[in-house]
Ligand binder design. Structure first.
Ligand code: AHR
Length: 540
C-alpha cells in the first residue's frame, strides 16, 4: 500500500513518504532483531541451573544410597549366597563376582531379612550348625522352602565384607519382645550372658559392631500385622523400651512408617510414638500405570509407560515433602530421620519366572527413575537420612541380576555408582529452570538435578535429561565459585528407552566418558545432555 502511493504522490510529499518507508523498515528490522534476541535469551533462560557453591552445611547422609536384601525369590540364595561347595566362584559361600561389584558401589547400609518375610522370621532357626537348622515355608513369597542356611552370622559377616552397616528388621507381627531382645543380645553383647555365649559357641567370639539400625516391624499396616496406626504406636512403644535397654546407644530404632501417602499413619505415629523411635520409615513403589493391579512388562513398553514411570516416580517428592511437614510439627529439630527403606519401580515378573519371586529386568527408564529419586532424596537430606532401594539382587529394581555363574550389572547399578560421590557430601542449594517433557496432555520437568560438595572441595553435579526425543542444552552457573577445571564427566544413556543389559549382552548400557560440555565464563558451563541420559560432572 505504502509503495503504491509513492508513485501517485506529488514530488514534495515523496521525501516524507520515503522517510516513512525507511522508518517502517527500520522498525521492522528492530522488531525482528528484538524477537531473535528475546528468543535466544528465552532459550538460555529455559534451561539454567544456578548452584549456590558457598556455605553449605546440610550433609547428604551416605545412607540415602542404601540397599535392601530380603529372603525373597533369588535375592539371598543364588544372588548373594551360593554356599561354600558351589561351583560358582565364591568366598566362604558368597558369590565372588557379586562381592566385587558391591564393594565398588560403596554400599553404606544393608537392610535384612525383610520386607514381609521379616515378620515371619524367627532368627533362632538361622544360627548354629547348618544341618540342624529347621526348614520353613516362605509364606509371603511363592511358598518356597527356606532352609535357613543364610542367617544372622552370614548376614552380619557379609556387611563386614562390604564395609557397610547392618539394618535389622525385627519381627513384631508374629514375634515377641523376648525374641527380639535375645537377638539384640546375641548380636551386640560382650557380656557373660546366655545369648552372647551361644554366639561364641557358634563361632563368633566378638559381638558385631556394625548393627546400627533396628526396624521395629515392617509394613505393620499390611503384611506385618494389619494393624491400625494407634495399635501399632502402642506396639512400637512396647518393643522400643526393650530395644533401647538392650541395644543402648549402639543403634537407632526405626518405627514402621506409612504406605506412601497415608499421612494419617504418619500423624498418629508422630503424635503417639515419637518418643520411641529415632527414625520413621516410608515405603513408596513406582508403578508405571499408577495402578497397583496393572504393573506391565519391565521391558516391553512404549513411550506412554516410559513417561508414566517417570511421572509416578516423581510423586516421591510430594510424599516426602508432606511427610516432612507432618514430622516438622512435632519434631522441628529434625531429631527423627525419615527412612525411605523401600522404593523403586515394580513391574510384572519376567515371563516364565515364579510370580512370587519378583524377578524383573531393568531398563534405561529405571536408571532415570533412580537418578530422579536420588535427586529428590538429596534435596530432602535435612529429613531423609536413609533410603534403601528394593532390592539388591534379582528382585524388583535390582542392582545386579544373576543366572548360574553369570552376572549382569543393571543400569540402576551404574546410576548408584555414579551417584556414590554424593555420599556424606554437603548438599549445594540450587535453582533449576527448565523446559517440560510433554507426552500427550501431560508434562513433567525435562531435567532433574542435584549437586554437592565433598570434604575435598570437589563439586559433583548430577544431571538427567528425561526427554527421550531430544538433546537439551543447559547453562550451569556456580554462584560464589570459579570453575578451575572439570575433573571428570560421565554419561549413561542407551539406544532405546527400554534397552537393558542381558546375560547375552551385558554392556548395552554402561557409563562412558562425557565430552559434550564447555566453559562459558569463569563460573559457568554449557552442557549438552543427550536424550534420555544421566550425566555426572566433577568440577573444582
Ligand atoms: O520388596 C518387596 C515387598 O514389598 C516387601 O517384602 C514388602 O515390605 C513390600 O510390600
Amino acid at each position: 500500500m505504502l509503495f503504491l502511493s509513492v508513485y501517485s504522490t506529488p514530488k514534495k510529499n515523496k521525501k516524507s513518504i520515503y522517510k516513512l518507508i525507511k522508518l517502517n523498515a527500520m522498525r521492522k528490522s528492530w522488531l525482528i532483531v528484538s524477537f531473535l534476541f528475546l528468543g535466544l535469551i528465552g532459550y538460555a533462560q529455559v534451561n539454567t541451573l544456578e548452584i549456590n557453591a558457598e556455605g553449605s552445611t546440610q550433609q547428604i547422609s551416605k545412607n540415602i544410597y542404601g540397599q535392601f536384601a530380603e529372603h525373597l525369590g533369588r535375592c539371598i540364595y543364588d544372588g548373594i549366597w551360593v554356599g561354600k561347595d558351589s561351583k560358582i566362584p565364591n568366598i566362604n559361600g558368597y558369590r565372588k563376582d557379586l562381592l566385587e561389584a558391591l564393594q565398588a558401589l560403596h554400599v553404606p547400609v544393608l537392610r535384612w531379612p525383610g520386607g514381609c518375610f521379616a515378620d515371619t522370621y524367627h532368627w533362632k532357626n538361622g544360627v548354629g550348625p547348618v544341618a540342624d537348622r529347621p526348614k520353613i515355608k516362605n509364606v509371603f513369597w511363592g511358598g518356597t522352602v527356606e532352609n535357613n542356611e543364610f542367617g544372622t552370622h552370614e548376614f552380619l559377616n557379609l556387611c563386614e565384607m562390604l564395609g557397610c552397616d547392618a539394618y535389622i528388621s525385627a519381627n513384631v507381627g508374629s514375634g515377641t519382645v523376648g525374641e527380639m531382645v535375645d537377638w539384640i543380645e546375641y548380636m551386640t553383647s560382650d557380656d557373660d550372658v546366655p545369648m552372647a555365649n551361644w554366639r561364641r559357641q557358634n563361632g563368633r567370639e566378638e559381638p558385631w559392631t556394625n548393627v546400627k539400625f533396628l526396624g521395629i516391624g515392617n509394613e505393620s499396616w499390611g503384611c506385618g500385622g494389619d494393624m491400625t496406626p494407634e495399635f501399632y504406636a502402642d506396639k512400637l512403644r512396647q518393643f522400643s523400651v526393650y530395644a533401647k535397654m538392650y541395644g543402648g546407644t549402639k543403634f537407632q530404632r526405626v518405627g514402621c512408617g506409612s504406605n506412601g501417602p497415608d499421612y494419617n499413619w504418619t500423624s498418629v505415629l508422630m503424635e503417639k510414638g515419637r518418643g520411641s523411635m529415632d527414625a520413621l520409615s516410608l515405603h513408596y513403589y513406582t508403578i508405571a500405570t499408577g495402578k497397583w493391579e496393572d504393573k506391565r512388562s519391565a521391558t516391553g513398553f512404549g513411550e506412554d509407560l516410559y513417561f508414566g514411570g517417570l511421572k509416578q516416580a516423581l510423586k516421591m517428592d510430594e510424599i516426602v515433602t508432606k511427610s516432612s511437614q507432618i514430622m516438622d510439627e512435632k519434631d522441628p529439630q529434625k531429631r527423627i530421620g525419615l527412612f525411605v527403606d523401600e522404593w523403586g519401580i515394580w513391574t510384572d515378573v519376567e515371563p516364565g519366572t515364579e510370580p512370587g519371586h519378583l524377578f524383573q529386568q531393568n531398563t534405561m527408564r529405571d536408571a532415570l527413575i533412580a537418578s530422579e529419586t536420588m535427586d529428590i532424596f538429596n534435596h530432602h537430606s535435612d529429613r531423609v537420612k536413609m533410603a534403601n532401594i528394593a532390592q539388591m539382587v534379582n528382585v524388583l529394581q535390582a542392582m545386579i541380576l544373576t543366572r548360574g555363574d553369570k552376572m549382569v550389572l543393571t543400569p540402576t547399578y551404574h546410576v548408584f555408582k555414579m551417584y556414590a560421590v554424593h555420599q556424606d557430601a554437603n548438599l549445594l542449594k540450587d535453582k533449576l529452570t527448565c523446559e517440560k517433557y510433554k507426552f500427550g496432555e501431560e508434562e513433567i520437568p525435562a531435567i532433574s538435578s542435584s549437586s554437592s560438595i565433598d570434604k575435598n572441595g570437589k563439586i559433583h553435579i548430577s544431571l538427567s535429561n528425561v526427554n527421550p526425543n531430544k538433546e537439551i542444552q543447559l547453562a550451569v552457573k556456580l554462584n560464589g565459585k570459579n570453575i578451575k577445571k572439570v575433573n571428570s564427566a560421565t554419561v549413561l544413556t542407551a539406544p532405546a528407552i527400554n534397552s537393558f543389559n542381558s546375560f547375552d549382552k551385558p554392556n548395552v548400557i554402561a557409563p562412558a566418558e562425557f565430552k559434550n560440555y564447555k566453559k562459558a565464563g569463569d563460573n559457568s558451563l554449557t552442557v549438552t545432555l543427550p536424550a534420555k541420559s544421566i550425566v555426572v560432572l566433577e568440577v573444582e
